[in-house]
Ligand binder design. Structure first.
Ligand code: HEC
Length: 191
């Protein structure tokens, strides 16, 4: 490539670099929010299971997961969890999330590690720009009692009571369970 062509590409490349840097602060905030949400939920869940078994764990997930997500949805952020195999239909993905979940599933099936699987993007909303971040959630062995293949009858009965359309069972440790999904509404369209 001659120098002239290289130089003429510069203006095209610079905004891309600037945008990537711009997202890094938002990405950092998104990761912090996920960490706080996950730590909170995990500690409440393990306390509940210790005190009242898996049934109490399900109650806590049912009531506290949406509450903790709502508490984390401050400073213009909205935080939630979503999946292609849903337990709670309120967590259904929108079309952008559906697309990313399918991408994650494809990347997972191609052998990519779930550890750092994430997508970070600024998108045009109806009136303002929005920032969106999604991060894959892997199934851990502790999740299997409620999301695995071999669920105890009492646990299954309780899940059926709360979630008659539950699709979130049959997972194995290491599978892709779903994703954290965050949206931040940015003040200005050109931000
Ligand atoms: C005690 C049972 C229990 C355990 C253990 C458990 N979950 Fe869940 N999980 C639930 C319930 C109940 C819901 C529905 C919460 C709600 O109503 O929003 C849920 C919902 C979810 C969702 C939201 C998407 C959806 O399908 O509605 C994700 C993601 C998820 N669980 C991942 C995990 C992961 C990862 C683990 C292990 C680290 C785990 N869960 C362990 C019971 C459990």
């Amino acid at each position: 490539m001659n120098t002239l062509i290289k130089l003429s590409l510069l203006p095209l490349l610079l905004p891309a670099v600037a945008a990537a840097q711009d997202n890094s602060e938002l990405e950092k905030q998104a990761k912090e929010k996920i960490k706080a949400f996950a730590t909170n939920l995990k500690s409440e869940l393990s306390k509940a299971i210790q005190q009242g078994g898996l049934e109490q764990g399900i109650r806590v997930c049912h009531h506290r997961a949406p509450e903790i997500a709502a508490q984390s949805s401050n400073e213009g952020w909205q935080l939630g969890r979503t999946s292609l195999k849903l337990r709670n239909p309120d967590n259904a993905p929108d079309s952008w999330e559906q697309n990313i979940l399918q991408q994650f599933q494809g990347r997972f099936e191609d052998g990519e590690s779930l550890q750092n699987m994430a997508v970070s993007a600024k998108l045009d909303g109806q009136q303002t720009k929005i920032y969106r971040y999604m991060q894959a959630i892997a199934v851990d062995s502790v999740c299997l009692a409620c999301h695995g293949q071999d669920i105890a009858p009492a646990t299954r009965a309780m899940l059926e009571k709360y979630y008659p359309e539950d699709q979130a069972t049959g997972f194995q440790a290491g599978d892709l369970r779903g994703a954290f999904s965050l949206t931040k509404y940015l003040e200005q369209a050109n931000q």
